[in-house]
Write a protein of this length. Structure first.
Length: 171
């Protein structure tokens, strides 16, 4: 498996992976696919932090993105969605994508990455409850799932409310 930056020619394949990863029979439009499309066209999009996983057949089998977020007005990152084609789940694709995007974010001197997700899954990557670092989610009800991964440039004085890129507010 190869992890690389998303290229403009990958947009259709990425949308297909995101749609497959989050599809539910009773929901005709996959919100996460619409979100990625909206993020790609907003000022918070960071091309260096939109990564794809390439499978053995040279097809895109996974995608992850971090976009510009803010902690009390200071720059930070929001991770998500993380998408893996269902045929490739539980094979390490998601793990490789998360490790890669965290490494890329750290290399870019970003201070932290925030996400909303399963603590049992994301804890293995060093994510911990945002409230442990004094960073609160946009919605207080998200607290059990709102997590932060501090990176090398993180300073403990970075505290306060987290704000995702604007397209997240449309979910």
């Amino acid at each position: 498996m190869l992890i690389r930056r998303e290229e403009p020619t990958d947009v259709v394949a990425v949308r297909a992976v995101v749609t497959a990863a989050f599809a539910k029979p009773q929901v005709p439009v996959v919100a996460e696919a619409t979100l990625v499309d909206a993020l790609r066209t907003c000022g918070a999009w960071l091309p260096a932090l939109s990564l794809v996983a390439i499978g053995d057949q040279e097809e895109i089998v996974g995608h992850v993105v971090c976009t510009r977020g803010r902690v009390d007005g200071a720059p930070a990152l929001g991770l998500g969605p993380l998408s893996v084609d269902p045929r490739y789940q539980r094979r390490g694709v998601g793990m490789a994508l998360v490790h890669s995007v965290l490494g890329a974010a750290d290399a870019l001197d970003e201070p932290l990455v925030a996400l909303l997700g399963d603590p049992a899954y994301y804890g293995r990557f060093g994510f911990r409850a945002g409230t442990d670092l004094g960073i609160t989610p946009p919605d207080p009800g998200w607290s059990p799932y709102f997590q932060i991964r501090a990176l090398t440039a993180y300073q403990p004085s970075l505290r306060g409310p987290f704000a995702y890129a604007e397209p997240f507010s449309r979910l």
